[in-house]
Design a protein around this ligand. Structure first.
Ligand code: PLP
Length: 387
């Protein structure tokens, strides 16, 4: 399907709403029936009828069809956060006594679910270095039901060979789930490699304006219907019609925003690589990246998010650098219009800082939609502020 068709037309039944270009926000909690028989049918199959907006909603449906098409998936569900999409995907595929194999350091709240919540219900998780397929083979147990991936990871960008992991999982009857937030479906389509469920935080690039928290989960019709009828309806974490409408609006400009960010990111990387105060950069599409070949093979692009290791001997130098930035904001998240930075040392006590540990000197930069020079000049003046 043509990407312009998906973004501009798919699922937009304009004749049903006055030929309006922008779809209506159907801000209704419930839907009425003319006959008892219609109502009976809706109760029997809430997955195919508008009954109550914790289930289906017309505005959300427009968004679902577009997002599923972008993922090359049969269907998808949209949640009111990426974390909710992660939780529903995993919960739907484990029961007491099951085992999960997860890549090291997945998204924080995925880790909390694996470490704190699931063990209470008798589900255990083994973490592995996902850069080597043999680690998956070794970690799989007879009771493994889920392999959880995040490729690239959103701090060190470690990748997994998606086709190899999917093939292995299929041979063992294990469900594969991937967090695809870094790439979005524009730059990586995990379902094409045989991954069962792909999810992303739509808070990032899909929303694109730092004003909506949301998550997407895509997969086969059978799997998505099963999750809809249990976890989705039961946890009640579906997206609201208004937030769905914001995401439809975000989608209109997604490819061009990514294109622009891709170009600017390259310019920022070129600048950082030449800077005397930068020890290294970590970015999947940089030739220095250890899995560069794999990245080029399974991703159509990389953009926005990169990590650089700053040359510093004290935590104060890093703080001085960050505190001196005038336009790049210090904040979590990414994927919006604005450039952002997070120093790794903000997540630890300053007294624990050890300059010999490269990780402590990592800064994660998100390159936004500003003029490239505006971002580079801001970095330049901040580098000058510390010796
Ligand atoms: C932000 C993020 C999430 C969580 O999404 P929310 O929308 O914040 O709940 C999951 N995975 C990755 C990689 C993220 O960056």
């Amino acid at each position: 399907m043509d990407i312009s068709y998906i973004i501009n037309e798919l699922a937009e039944d304009r004749e049903n709403y006055y030929n309006a270009i922008a779809p209506p926000i159907v801000q209704s909690s419930n839907f009425a029936f003319k006959t008892v028989d219609e109502m009976r049918k809706a109760f029997a199959d809430e997955y195919s009828t508008y009954l109550y907006s914790r289930g289906l909603n017309p505005t959300v449906d427009i968004l679902r069809k577009k997002l599923a098409a972008l993922d090359n998936a049969q269907d998808c569900l949209v949640f009111n956060s990426g974390a909710a999409a992660i939780f529903a995907a995993v919960l739907a595929n484990v029961k007491s006594g099951d085992h999960i194999v997860s890549v090291n350091k997945p998204y924080t709240w995925a880790q909390k679910m694996f470490n704190d919540i699931l063990p209470r219900f008798g589900v255990t998780t083994s973490y592995i270095d996902g850069t080597d397929i043999e680690n998956f083979e070794r970690a799989i147990l007879p009771n493994t039901t889920v392999i959880y991936l995040e490729s690239p990871n959103s701090w060190d960008y470690a990748l997994q060979d998606l086709k190899a992991v999917a093939d292995l999982a299929k041979s063992e009857d294990i469900i594969t789930i991937i967090d695809n937030s870094y790439c979005t479906p524009i730059y990586q389509k995990p379902i094409d490699y045989g991954i069962d469920l792909t999810l992303q935080s739509a808070t990032k690039y899909i929303g694109g304006h730092s004003d909506t928290v949301a998550g997407v989960l895509s997969g086969s019709s059978a799997m998505i219907e099963r999750i809809f009828n249990s976890e989705y309806m039961n946890i009640g974490s579906g997206i609201s019609p208004f937030n769905a409408w914001l995401l439809i609006r975000g989608l209109r400009t997604l490819p061009m925003r990514l294109e622009r960010i891709t170009q600017t990111t390259q310019q920022v990387i070129n600048y950082l690589k030449e800077h005397e105060k930068v020890e290294a950069i970590i970015f999947p599409f940089d030739e220095s990246f250890p899995q560069y070949q794999l990245a080029k093979q399974q991703m159509q692009g990389a953009c926005g998010l990169l990590t650089f290791i700053i040359k510093a001997t004290t935590v104060e130098q890093i703080e001085k650098f960050c505190n001196s930035l005038q336009h790049i904001l210090m904040a979590v998240s990414w994927g919006g219009h604005e450039s952002l930075i997070i120093p790794k040392c903000s997540g630890m006590a300053a007294t624990k800082f050890n300059a010999l540990n490269k990780e402590h000197r990592m800064l994660r930069l998100y390159v936004g939609l500003e003029e490239p020079d505006y971002i580079i000049k801001d970095l330049a003046q901040a580098f000058e502020k510390y010796e």
